[in-house]
Design a protein around this ligand. Structure first.
Ligand code: ZN
Length: 278
């Protein structure tokens, strides 16, 4: 299928749908200038101090550092907290929000990104499922029963030359233990999944409420490395009448019947949106 034909088909699918499920992976944020964490080279270019330590993204995204070296752990996550707060969601988010608002049955977001960009783009928090948690929520490292709590007002000073946190670190408001981001890390048995579970139940209820409504699934930058979102979108596309639009510059291959666009998220969303408008 040529790109033009695929864009025309995608525009038709969006324009005729009753409900929109947005699936977002790492590729959605990269278009907005966020560093690409895939592959050590790109990661170390963005964070030279971690190159010196020989620590890649997967090694750093481990709960063990909060016990073994809290200043290193909070250097990494404190920096990302500030970075994501500063990052303005790109225009693709606004396009998706406009589509969702136009759907008779509304929209829902399923994202593996922890950056809170959909909330920042104005999507209602009760229509977002963050499968790997979110940086804007913290939890107690000791799981004392406090649950998750907002990171609002929390800031961590990071020395850019070492990427280590300096000064006080976030604490659990209940027991005073160290707090950590409510993000699912690698090998993470201590993740408090209560917020993500509640979001999942809302998504499930919304999907059930759709009955025979026509669902369009727009999947942006969700790759095969950590395929949670990608597989979930493929499952949803099996619903009667559902259509999957897969947007992915490197891994656009899709099941039969899906619309596949080998492109970055922003560019593809703009092309589809223009086509709907004409
Ligand atoms: Zn606690």
């Amino acid at each position: 299928m040529s790109d033009d034909r695929a864009i025309a088909r995608a525009a038709e699918a969006v324009a005729s749908a009753d409900a929109l499920l947005i699936g977002a992976g790492a590729g959605m944020g990269v278009d907005g200038g966020l560093p690409d964490f895939r592959g050590n080279e790109g990661f170390w270019r963005a964070y030279p101090p971690f190159a010196k330590l020989g620590l890649g993204f997967a090694a750093l995204a481990s709960p063990r550092w909060f016990r073994d070296d809290p200043a290193l752990a909070w250097g990494f996550y404190g920096h990302r907290l500030e970075l994501y707060r500063r990052t303005v969601p790109h225009q693709g988010f606004a396009i998706l929000k406009r589509w969702a608002d136009r759907m008779p049955r509304g929209g829902f977001v399923l994202t593996s990104n922890v950056d809170g960009s959909f909330q920042r783009a104005g999507f209602p928090a009760d229509r977002i499922h963050e499968v790997h948690g979110a940086i804007d929520f913290l939890q107690c490292l000791d799981l004392c029963g406090v649950g998750t709590f907002p990171a609002e007002g929390v800031s961590v000073t990071v020395d850019p030359s070492t990427m280590r946190a300096v000064g006080g670190l976030p604490r659990c408001p209940n027991c005073g233990a160290l707090a950590r981001p409510n993000i699912l890390m690698f090998g993470d048995a201590g993740w408090d999944d209560s917020t993500a579970e509640a979001q999942f139940r809302r998504l499930r209820d919304w999907l059930r409420s759709l009955d025979a409504a026509r669902l369009v699934v727009v999947e942006c930058g969700a790759g095969t490395a950590i395929p949670t979102v990608r597989l979930h979108c493929e499952d949803l596309a099996e619903r009667p009448g559902a259509v999957l639009i897969r947007i992915n510059p490197r891994e656009a291959h899709a099941p039969p019947g899906a619309i596949s666009l080998a492109s970055g998220a922003l560019k593809a969303l703009e092309s589809i949106d223009q086509h709907i408008g004409t």
